[in-house]
Design a protein around this ligand. Structure first.
Ligand code: LLP
Length: 432
C-alpha cells in the first residue's frame, strides 16, 4: 500500500512505522522529526551481504555509502550487519571511528580530499583510499611515507557510462569532476603511477555510474568495461588487479510509479557478467565491492511535521505549510524530487486534496512537493513525508537559524532518539 514495507495503518487510521503509531511518535518527540526503522535498515544490509554470498561466493564486501545518512547509531548498525563503510570526509570518518568502526573496512572517497583528511585516513589505517587524481596520489604517498605506513588504494575510473534513471548512454562521461578518464589514457597513466608510488599498495579500480538507477543494464555494462580495463592493466603492466568496486546507485521507491528490482537480482545479473567477462578476457575474478547508500536507508525513513496554515488561492493552488522544509529536506528545491505524502492521523482516508506542501523558510522555493494528493488536511494535523531516510538528515542545514530535527529510531516496537533535536544554544554555540 505504501512505498515502504515498514509502513502501515493501524486501527485508529493512523500511519505506523515499524508497527509504532506515528501520531504518538510526533506527540512524544515533537515535530519536525525524522523517524527511521532500524529493522528495515538491518534487513536491507542483510540483503546486500547475502546477495554477494549467494551470487559471488561471498568474495566481496558490501559497504554502506554513509553520505546517505551518517550518525553514530547508523555506523554501529552497519558494523553489526558486517558491512564496510564508505566515507567522503573527515567528519564521516570521525563519526565512524568514534564508535569503533573497524578501520580496515572503511573506504575513503572524495574528489578533493584535503591534506589533513589524507593524514587522518592514513593515521586511522583505513582499508582503502579511493584515489581520484594524480595530485591526490602524490599527496597520499607523501602522507603515508611521513607516517611510515603503506595505504591500500583503488583508483576511481570514469567508465564512460552515463546512467540516467531509465536509460543510459555510453559517452560524455569525460566531463565529470570525479576520477580518471579511460578514453584519454589518463586512467592507465594513473594506474602506472599508483603501482610505482612509494607507500602505496595498488589494490584495484573503482567506478560509480550514478544514483537512483532502476535499470540493471548500465551496471552490467560498467562491469564489462571495468573487466576489460583490468585486462588492459594486466597486459600493459603485468599486474593482476585484485579488487573491483562497482559503486552504488541502486534506485528506491519514492512513488508508486517507481519499480526497483530486488538487490539480489542486480547482483545475480552483474555477477553473471563479471564471471563471463573474466573468462573471456583472461583475468582472475576480482574481489568485488558495492556501495549502496540510498537503498539501505532511504525507504526506512519518514519525516513527521505538524501542519500550520492552509492557504487556498482560488483557481491556483492550496499551500499547506509545515514546521520544517528545505532545512531538513532540500531535495525538492535541489532536484524536484518526488515524495509521497500521508496525513498521519487520517491515513485511512482517501487522498482527494491537491496541495503544495510548503516549508517555513523565507524562500519561495522552499517547497517539499507541488500538486500532490493527500487527505483533507487541517492545521494541527501530522504530515508524513515518506522515503526520507537517505540524503535528508545528511543534507540538512540551519538556514534561517532553524534548529535541525532529531532522528528517532524504531525497532521491535520501541523507539529511541539517536540524534537529539538541536537547540537554540546549539545554534549559537560556535559563534564567537
Ligand atoms: N559511491 C559513490 C562513489 C557515490 O558517489 C555515491 C553517491 C554512492 C556510492 C551511493 O549512491 P546511492 O546508492 O546512494 O545512490 N544527494 C543526491 C544523491 C547524491 C549521490 C552521490 N553519490 C540525492 O539526494 O539524490
Amino acid at each position: 500500500m505504501f512505498v515502504s514495507d515498514c509502513l502501515s495503518v493501524n486501527e485508529k487510521g493512523n500511519l505506523t512505522i515499524g508497527g509504532i503509531d506515528t501520531v504518538d511518535l510526533a506527540a512524544k518527540y515533537g515535530t519536525p522529526c525524522y523517524v527511521v526503522d532500524e529493522d528495515q535498515i538491518r534487513a536491507n544490509c542483510r540483503a546486500y551481504v547475502k546477495s554477494i554470498e549467494d551470487n559471488y561466493d561471498g568474495n566481496g564486501l558490501a559497504i554502506y555509502a554513509s553520505k546517505a545518512f551518517n550518525c553514530k547509531a547508523m555506523c554501529k548498525i552497519v558494523n553489526e550487519e558486517k558491512m564496510g563503510l564508505d566515507v567522503v570526509s573527515g567528519g564521516e570518518l570521525y563519526t565512524a571511528l568514534s564508535v569503533g568502526f573497524p578501520s580496515e573496512k572503511i573506504y575513503f572517497h572524495g574528489n578533493n580530499k584535503t591534506l589533513a583528511e589524507l593524514d587522518e585516513a592514513v593515521k586511522a589505517g583505513v582499508g582503502r583510499v579511493v584515489v581520484d587524481n594524480i595530485y591526490e596520489l602524490e599527496n597520499l604517498s607523501k602522507a603515508a611515507k611521513k607516517q611510515g605506513k603503506t595505504v591500500g588504494v583503488l583508483l576511481r575510473i570514469k567508465p564512460g557510462i552515463d546512467a540516467h534513471t531509465h536509460s543510459f548512454i555510453m559517452t560524455g562521461q569525460i566531463d565529470s569532476k570525479f576520477g580518471f578518464a579511460l578514453e584519454t589514457g589518463e586512467a592507465m597513466d594513473g594506474i602506472k603511477a599508483a603501482i610505482a608510488a612509494e607507500n602505496i599498495d595498488f589494490k584495484g579500480v573503482h567506478c560509480h555510474i550514478g544514483s537512483q538507477i532502476f535499470d540493471v543494464e548500465p551496471f552490467e555494462r560498467a562491469a564489462e568495461v571495468m573487466i576489460g580495463f583490468m585486462a588492459d592493466i594486466k597486459a600493459e603492466t603485468g599486474v593482476e588487479v585484485e579488487e573491483l568496486d562497482l559503486g552504488g546507485g541502486f534506485g528506491i521507491k519514492y512513488s508508486s510509479d517507481d519499480n526497483p528490482l530486488a538487490y539480489s537480482e542486480y547482483m545475480a545479473k552483474v555477477a553473471g557478467v563479471l564471471k563471463a567477462e573474466c573468462v573471456k578476457k583472461g583475468v582472475k575474478q576480482p574481489f568485488i565491492v558495492i556501495e549502496p547508500g540510498r537503498s539501505v536507508a532511504g525507504s526506512a525513513g519518514i519525516t513527521l511535521y505538524t501542519v500550520g496554515a492552509v492557504k487556498t488561492i482560488p483557481d491556483i493552488r492550496t499551500y499547506v505549510s509545515i514546521d520544517g522544509g528545505m532545512g531538513d529536506n532540500p531535495r525538492y528545491i535541489l532536484y524536484q524530487s518526488t515524495y509521497e505524502l500521508v496525513c498521519a492521523n487520517k491515513a485511512d482516508k482517501p487522498k482527494d486534496f491537491k496541495i503544495t506542501l510548503a516549508g517555513r523558510c523565507c524562500e519561495s522555493g522552499d517547497l517539499i512537493q507541488e500538486d500532490a494528493l493527500v487527505q483533507q488536511v487541517e492545521p494541527g494535523d501530522i504530515m508524513a513525508v515518506l522515503s526520507t531516510g537517505a540524503y535528508n538528515y545528511s543534507m540538512s542545514s540551519n538556514y534561517n537559524r532553524i534548529p535541525k530535527p532529531p532522528v528517532v529510531m524504531v525497532s521491535g516496537g520501541q523507539s529511541r532518539v539517536v540524534v537529539r533535536r538541536e537547540t537554540y544554544e546549539d545554534i549559537i554555540a560556535k559563534d564567537m
